[in-house]
Design a protein around this ligand. Structure first.
Ligand code: 8Z2
Ligand code: NDP
Length: 285
């Protein structure tokens, strides 16, 4: 893993060879869609699925970032393709699923890793800022989930959804908007896990703790420096930890798991605290 001011977490070269417990080629013939697939967690997840033999459909807002990942994966002889889709646009999302089904005739797994937020004291949130985070993380994830489920229902085929959220069981201070949005996604996932069971659709969530990715750039160096000490393992996790969790829940290993939330945070929900905006003097002893 490398860390420079420009790059946090894994490079594509790392992801091409990082060891995994999963069998390479074991998902041959399957199609997996990873939103945010050019970001840190989504990219690792797309690489892992591709190495397992699936075709990874990668989406994101930045055409260049998506194209770079697709190029790196396909250069290794693995299957991947890319699309530019803003998850906040329901018509664009629906059209995207039409395209995926037209191109592949199937979709097996959807991983929603598109998301993000900015650190700010909640009392200072603007309406626009609040809406940006809710639209991206709650509405966007929902548009993707619903579009996927409609296609599976219409095709009479089973499917599996994994939503990447955040740990909401205790405060993650300075990002209250995202806690609100992700709590919504977790509740929504549990509800539709039951509603969509008759359709053969499983729905699960993965809650990462501090995972070193480029997403960390939005936080100050001081806030970032504290993340590795926010859990009893006293270190950050990596995107591969989350990728393997997504594969476990999304793939055949998770075939009897639905409506579940898998927390991958080094025990951070039991010990430790995360201040994304710096710890106020009030709480320092
Ligand atoms: C417990 C376990 C331990 C866990 C320990 C975990 C520690 C880390 C916690 C989580 C880490 C991660 O998730 S890291 C990985 C996620 N990646 C990111 O978060 C990347 C950055 N975030 C984003 O890009 C977000 O998706 C988001 C901000 C919503 C993007 O939305 P948009 O594209 O619409 O963005 P913009 O147009 O730039 O901004 C829209 C408005 O949002 C507001 N806004 C945006 N940035 C702002 C900022 N820095 N400060 C104030 N306000 C801001 C403004 O009102 C903007 O409008 P104007 O005023 O008109 O400009
Ligand atoms: N890293 C961490 O410590 C943690 C991360 N998470 C969550 O995990 C998920 C993945 O994070 P991570 O990989 O670290 O972050 P990144 O910022 O590296 O990746 C997030 C990706 O989401 C995409 N994205 C954001 N908004 C939209 C949108 N409206 N439409 C489509 N794509 C969008 C971005 O693509 P583009 O740049 O092209 O817009 C980006 O590539 C996020 O939801 C994040 O909040 C949760 C807890 C901790």
């Amino acid at each position: 893993m490398s860390e420079t001011p420009e790059q946090f977490g894994f490079t594509d070269a790392d992801l091409a060879t990082h060891p995994t417990v999963y069998a390479e080629g074991s998902l041959a013939g399957q199609v997996v869609l990873v939103s945010g697939g050019a970001g840190g967690i989504g990219r690792a997840t797309a690489w892992l699925f591709a190495r397992m033999g699936a075709h990874a459909v990668i989406s994101g807002r930045s055409e260049g970032k998506v194209a770079d990942v697709v190029k790196a994966i396909t250069a290794k002889g693995l299957k991947a393709s890319g699309h530019t889709v803003d998850v906040r646009e329901p018509e664009g999302v629906a059209a995207f699923f039409d395209t995926v089904w037209a191109e592949h005739g199937r979709l097996d797994i959807l991983v929603n890793s598109a998301g993000g937020q900015f650190p700010q004291a909640a009392i200072d949130f603007s309406v626009k800022g609040w809406n940006a985070v809710i639209n991206t993380n709650l509405n966007g994830t929902w548009f993707m989930m619903q579009a996927a489920a409609r296609k599976w229902r219409d095709a009479g085929r089973p499917g599996s959804i994994v939503n990447v959220v955040v740990v909401t069981t205790h405060g993650l201070y300075g990002v209250a908007h995202t806690i609100a949005a992700r709590s919504g996604v977790i509740g929504l996932s549990k509800s539709v896990a039951v509603e969509w069971a008759p359709l053969g659709i499983r729905v699960n969530c993965v809650a990462p703790g501090a995972i070193e990715t480029d997403g960390w750039k939005v936080y100050t160096p001081e806030a970032r420096a504290a993340y590795p000490r926010s859990n009893p393992m006293m270190r950050a996790g990596d995107a591969w930890d989350i990728a393997e969790a997504c594969v476990y829940l999304g793939g055949p290993t998770g075939k009897f798991v639905t409506g579940e939330l898998l927390t991958v945070d080094g025990g951070g929900q039991l010990w430790g605290e995360t201040w994304t905006t710096g710890k106020p003097d009030y709480f320092k002893t």
